[in-house]
Design a protein around this ligand. Structure first.
Ligand SMILES: [Zn+2]
Length: 346
């Protein structure tokens, strides 16, 4: 069966996923969302010890099991210390582009379950007061979180229940325009999570079985390097769906599905990558083959951890990654088609 793209289904998945804060290490709510989806599709779900989620879909060929993965964890911040003036000093979780966080809204999650709103500022925030308001470098040392609470001292902040190690999540500012532009933080990689859930939705609704057994895996520590370091032993082949790079001499645009031949971790499986390129050609997809200059994926993590698998990396083109990102429904559609035709061997 041909793939049919349903924009409203994907748009809802994107909006719902983005509304759940899930920086690396604080992903339990996002994985619970995926578990609910698996239950709704009546597909088996399991959670690994470190919190990754796996949805299982049996295939026509019961002998082979393949993995398809995307990461549900995102970039974030964590409280490093509370300053004597009641402002918060932070440390990065993953690698957000810090200047892009200037003046962004955020939430602080305490270990007792309280949530406080605030804003991220540079320590020279006012043009009328600080000569270096525009020129000051934006780093962990020159930025801070100011809470929307009347607090002027460390003790007052501590009374709110805020302490070192609390997560600070910044607002993804998710917008999908009527003509299909998707603007949001964390399209890396929740856009791919939405793509995978959208494919499962389509296959379940139309009673389509994949060629091989599939373990759809959602990892929770990709941004810090070890997301898919563990994968189940029966997996022989892993298709990693993660954002495609755009910029400089790269071929990919926000309208394409990107196929990565090599990234910082080295080349991906030659045969599998070649098969995916052939599949994209066969179905006349808008695709690009690229080398990602500063990148490592969950497939790299699985290979580094010693798994004897073939692995490839594809994903929707995402502009301005780790900043305020941008992609399109066209790229989502192209990516869904490539994954779907790969799974169904069409
Ligand atoms: Zn990613």
């Amino acid at each position: 069966m041909e793939f049919q793209f349903k924009q409203d289904v994907v748009a809802t998945l994107i909006q719902e996923l983005m509304a759940i804060d899930s920086p690396s290490g604080y992903t339990q709510n996002a994985i619970a969302y995926i578990e609910n989806k698996a239950n709704a599709y009546q597909l088996p779900f399991m959670r690994t010890h470190k919190g990754n989620g796996i949805i299982y879909m049996p295939g026509r060929n019961a002998k082979t099991t393949i993995g398809v993965c995307a990461h549900v964890d995102t970039l974030g911040l964590m409280v490093r210390s509370i300053k004597s003036n009641g402002r918060l000093c932070f440390t990065k979780v993953g690698g957000p582009i810090l200047p892009s966080l200037d003046s962004e809204w955020c939430k602080v999650y305490t270990r007792e379950g309280k949530v406080y709103s605030g804003t991220i500022y540079s320590t020279s925030p006012a043009a009328h007061v600080f000569k270096d308001a525009a020129s000051k470098e934006r780093t962990e040392d020159t930025m801070e979180v100011i809470l929307d609470e009347k607090v002027k001292s460390k003790e007052e902040v501590e009374k709110l229940g805020i302490q070192t190690g609390d997560y600070i999540c910044f607002d993804p500012k998710t917008t999908i325009t009527e003509n299909g532009f998707i603007k949001s933080r964390f399209l890396d990689d929740k856009l791919s999570v939405a793509i995978i859930l959208g494919i499962i939705d389509f296959m379940v609704e139309n009673h389509i079985q994949p060629e091989n057994n599939v373990k759809f895996m959602f990892s929770t520590y990709e941004e810090v390097g070890h997301g898919m370091a563990y994968i189940p032993e029966d997996i022989t082949e892993l298709l990693c769906v993660d954002m495609g790079c755009i910029g400089q001499d790269l071929n990919c645009s926000e309208y394409d599905v990107s196929i990565c031949a090599k990234d910082s971790s080295g080349p991906y499986d030659y045969q599998m990558t070649g098969d995916l390129i052939a599949l994209a050609k066969k179905h006349q997809l808008q695709y690009a083959v690229d080398i990602y200059p500063y990148y490592g994926s969950d497939a790299s993590a699985a290979l580094r951890a010693g798994h004897d698998i073939r692995a490839a990396l594809i994903g929707p083109g995402v502009f301005a990654s780790h900043g305020y990102e941008r992609s399109t429904m066209e790229a989502v559609d192209q990516s869904m088609q490539l994954v779907y035709y790969y799974l169904t061997n069409q």
